[in-house]
Every structure is written in C-alpha cells, then in structure tokens.
Design a protein around this ligand. Structure first.
Ligand code: ASP
Length: 581
C-alpha cells in the first residue's frame, strides 16, 4: 500500500495512529538534532519529524539526503505538535518517522514550487508540469473542472445530448484560417481542423437530435494576440423548433446556474440591448455595463459656433465622468496623450469641468459661452463636480476611441470591480459586414445565420442594412458567447452564399452537403457557443485564459515545453507528398 492517508488529511483526532503518506518534498529544515520534512501532495502538506536519539539512524541518514521535490513514502505515528501552526490544515500534528523510502530522487527544480514562485513565465511554461504542482495554479484548473461538470449537469438536466463531432473535417466558416492536415493516403488532399462544429451541429438538428451540446476543442489560425490560443474550448449548443427568445432564456438559465453552483452568486436578469444601441451608447458591441458614462451625442449643441474641428466632424460625442472635475492639468494632459496614441488615434481631447459653483471651465472656452457649455452638461446629465470629455471625428472611429476612453475612466475610478458581474444580451447584429480590403461583404457571424425577414427587401439595394437573428452574451465587457437562428431553407441559404460572393460551384463544393441535407426536412433551429476558457478566466477573476488551460501555447502560438510546432523528417514529408521550399 502506498499510503493510508493523503497529505492534507490528518488532524489531532488521528493522534497515536500509525499512518503511511506519499508525496513530494516541499522543504527540509535541518536544525542539528531535529530535522523536519514538509511532504506535499495535491491535498495539502504534512510535516514529518526526525529526532536524533529517537529516530532510527538509517532513517536519519536517508532523511539527510533528500532534497526539494524528491518523491517519498513515509511511515510513522501521528504526534501532537509541540508548537502548532494554525495556518495549516494539518498544523496540529506531525509524523514521527519510523520508515522512509525514497521513491524517486529529483533534480533541484528550476524555480520554487510555491504560490509565490521566483520563476518567470517562459521558464514556468517550459516546465509546465512543475508549474502545475503549485497549488494556486492547480486551483485554477480545479475551477475549470467545476465549471465543466456544472455545465454538463445543467445541459443533461435540460435534456441536451452530448454528441462528439469529428476533428478531421473540411473548412468551417468562422472567418479565420483553417489549420490543415495533409492526407498520406490521399495524395494532394487535406483535412481541415474545425473552427467550430457548426455544420455538424446543424446536421444533427436535421437528424432530429433536437437538443445538442458538446464541450469541444476548436482550432483557428488567426493572428496572434495576448488573449488568444490557436486551440480553445467551446460549450457548443444547438436546438430545434426554437426562436431567438427560447435560446436566450435557456442560456440565461445556464449561466445563472453556473454562477450559483460554482461561485455561489445569484445573477439578476440579463439586460438586453440592440447592436445599434450598444454602438451608439458605448461605441462597442460588448459594452461593460458595470458602470454608466453612456455616450451623449453633442453635434446639435457643439456645431455652428465657429469651432472648426467640431464643425467638420461627423460626430461630436461626450461622456460625463462622475466626480472628476478636480482632475489636474497634468491628469488631463495624460488623458489627451492617451487618446492620441496611435492605437486609439484621436486628434485631441476636449474637456469641460462642471465646477461646484455652477460655472464651467473648458479647453474650448474661446468658442463657447457658459450657456453653450451648460447645454452640453445638461445633455450629458453632468452634475457639479463632474468632468465632460469630448471627442470628435468620423463616426465609427470616434466611437471606438471614446469606448477606449470610457473603459479607461471606468478603470481609473475603480468602477470595474472583478467581483461584480453584469451580463447583457446584445441583439440584432448586422447580417453582413463590408470589408474594405476585399471589397465585399462578409457574414458578420457566419453564412448560416438567418436574416430578419422584414429586412430582406434590402438584399439587393442596401445589404449592409439587413439585421440578423444573431445575439451575443457579454459579461463585464467580454464576449462570452454568441450564436444565431439559422437558415433552414435551401433557397434562402443559396441567396446568402450569393450575397457573400460565393459562386454556385464554390458554395456547392464547400457546403453542398449541408444544402442537400436541407432538402430532406430541416427543422427550424438555432444555437450558441460559449468561449469556455474565457468563461473560466472570468469566473476566476483573471484576464488571462492561459492560466485556465493545463498546457497552453505562448503568445507566439508555441508550446515551449514540447517544442511545437516543429519540423518533421524528410521521410514523413515524402510520405505526405509534401516538399518544403
Ligand atoms: N459556431 C459559432 C461560433 O463558433 C457559434 C454558433 O453560431 O453557434 O462562433
């Protein structure tokens, strides 16, 4: 028997018992006549004791040899500690060693295996299996496990069937590049890894599965970003005979259930906002509504008073920052610098301080009277003590910049509390998105998303105006999930492919199987997918999804532990009928 107990288990009630523990050496303290070893496993740490004169000489000799991270088996009696440690669950007891076996020696690890480690990110990723020994890291994966189990409980309870879909498939239309796998058997042909199981889950609806879900890996070859992984996990779902409202209700329940089960938090009903409102009020399709500061459009108050910059702008937009009228020159200069950074790209920042005495002080006093500024303040519902920040320019660009500034102000004022969760549905996304580069429309969600039928009249004249039955779930400014009601009619699907610039042959080659399936009785259906890694990070109060993935890739998409991607041998290349230039 390797052990009778684990290292987090023994208490004062076990005093006098003979026990066997196994684990790793956290540390050794050698105080001459006394030697302690802290033995660690997944469950905790227990102190082992050797005493000169009492403990057998051979055991003492072995104990003196062990170093950090050795794997030991220890037998002995549970003693009550002389000086107790109330910070440790096992702090009332220690084990007086009667037998000690070194199960495996260990090299000194390249960083300390403690929550507060001295190892840098790169080193820890290279030795991720050692990093994962740290309790704080393991706790994050435990949270992931809990979320996964709770998701399965909810979905099972709600009648969803978990069905696995294949990993070696062909292109799926989620707007990224595919990772491809060359076929050895079929020369010159390639599989693609799924960007999502989208087409398969729709086929399962045609098959009559009614409610499907899967916790599934997806692969997208996108440009690298800090919070992106080339492979990531989704909670992928699809339902038949549903309308948008059914989906919203079902998945609002799911997310409430997860918060309750995993975090013990009751979430109130989700706010809803159309895409247009979100863009107008927050300049973002994923607004953080933990705090206010909605945009207020000031064109009618600010234009025609001789200030050229505003007069020539498509949009003059402000936010009222509560209690910030006290901002100093230096702080305002810093904000101006911030919005002028190339990533934000504003030309300048106009401010209006709403002074406590009812007067206004602005950076454009030359052009505007106190009356004018009062009208701005009233439009923005700014009170005495508030600070109005105003940007201007082309609509989309200015909204984007103001979104950044609003988020920054929210953070500066401490209004983005990680322990507060404000979920929101963003509805009625546009169906199509114009791409300047390729000079054509792209599906904003994917090409199977159904348009709002009342907008279909614009399909020829003004396709950009068509709204979709598409929705995103946003929590605290993060897009947690998104989906749509699908097209289930072949003719409409063909029309969509055409609007997206597919020729009939292209559409047939890529998605013919789906369109054919629609000819054999497709039910109305719709679904959603949640970014599971992101959900974990949000539940854990972290910005990094990597912390919640056991073996993540780094910012350059590399696994530095197994050293991947890597070259393959000339023989392998030959078998795959590939040559590298
Ligand atoms: N397949 C979509 C995605 O991965 C989600 C959906 O429409 O259900 O974003």
């Amino acid at each position: 028997m390797h052990r009778t107990h684990h290292c987090g288990e023994l208490r004062i009630e076990n005093k006098g018992q003979q026990v066997i523990l196994s684990g790793w050496v956290q540390r050794v303290r050698n105080k001459g006549g006394l030697l302690w070893i802290d033995l660690r496993d997944r469950y905790g740490i227990t102190q082992l004791l050797c005493e000169e004169g009492k403990t057998n000489e051979d055991i003492l000799k072995t104990a003196r040899k062990v170093g950090r991270e050795f794997v030991l088996q220890a037998k002995g009696e549970v003693l009550e500690r002389f000086s107790k440690n109330d910070k440790m669950a096992t702090g009332d007891i220690e084990i007086s060693l009667e037998e000690l076996n070194i199960l495996n020696a260990a090299k000194t690890p390249p960083f300390t295996i403690e929550d507060d480690t001295d190892g840098g990110e790169e080193l820890r990723m290279q030795y991720r299996y050692l990093d994962l020994r740290r309790p704080a890291v393991r706790e994050k994966l435990k949270l992931r496990h809990q979320l996964m189990q709770a998701t399965r409980r909810f979905m099972d309870g709600a009648g969803f069937l978990e069905v696995e879909t294949p990993v070696l498939i062909k292109s799926t239309p989620e707007g990224a590049r595919d990772f491809v796998v060359p076929s050895r058997v079929h020369e010159g042909e390639f599989y693609a890894l799924p960007q999502s199981p989208q087409t398969f889950k729709q086929l399962l609806m045609v098959s009559g599965f009614d409610k499907y879900f899967q916790i599934v890996k997806c692969f997208r070859d996108e440009d690298l970003r800090a919070d992106r992984q080339p492979e990531f996990t989704q909670i992928d779902c699809e339902m038949s005979f549903v309308e948008q409202e059914d989906i919203l209700t079902t998945f609002e329940e799911m997310v409430k259930y997860l918060f309750k089960e995993v975090k013990g938090i009751e979430i109130e009903d989700f706010e809803r906002m159309t895409y247009d409102q979100a863009m107008k009020l927050y300049g973002s399709d994923k607004p953080d509504i933990r705090f206010g500061m909605p945009f207020v459009e000031l064109n009618q108050y600010a234009q025609g008073k001789g200030f050229n910059v505003f007069d020539q702008s498509e949009l003059v937009v402000g936010i009222s920052v509560p209690g910030a009228a006290e901002y100093t020159r230096k702080q305002l200069d810093a904000l101006t610098e911030y919005v002028k950074r190339p990533q934000i790209g504003a030309k300048g920042l106009v401010y209006v301080k709403c002074n406590e005495d009812g007067s206004y002080k602005s950076s454009v006093d030359k052009f505007y009277s106190q009356e004018d500024l009062k009208a701005w303040a009233e439009a923005a519902e700014a009170k005495a003590g508030d600070l109005l920040l105003v940007l201007s320019g082309a609509i989309d660009h200015t909204r984007k910049a103001m979104n950044e500034l609003r988020l920054k102000m929210g953070s500066e004022l401490g209004l983005r509390d990680r322990n507060v969760f404000k979920p929101l549905w963003v509805l009625d996304f546009p169906l199509l998105e114009w791409d300047e580069e390729t000079k054509r429309f792209h599906a904003m969600h994917h090409p199977f998303t159904s348009p709002k039928l009342e907008d279909m009249e614009f399909i020829e004249s003004d396709p950009g105006r068509i709204r979709a039955n598409a929705y995103d779930m946003v929590i605290n400014g993060v897009e947690i999930g998104g989906g749509s009601i699908r097209i289930h009619d072949k003719a409409l699907q063909q029309k969509m492919f055409k609007a997206l610039g597919f020729t009939e042959e292209e559409a047939q080659k890529q998605f013919g199987f789906l369109m054919e399936a629609f000819e054999y009785g497709a039910p109305p259906h719709g679904g959603i997918a949640f970014g599971f890694d992101r959900l974990c990070a949000m539940f854990g109060g972290s910005d990094s999804i990597r912390d919640y993935i056991a073996f993540p890739k780094n910012n350059a998409g590399r696994d530095v532990m197994i050293d991947s991607p890597a070259t393959i041998s000339p023989e392998q290349l030959k078998e795959l009928h590939l040559s590298i230039k």
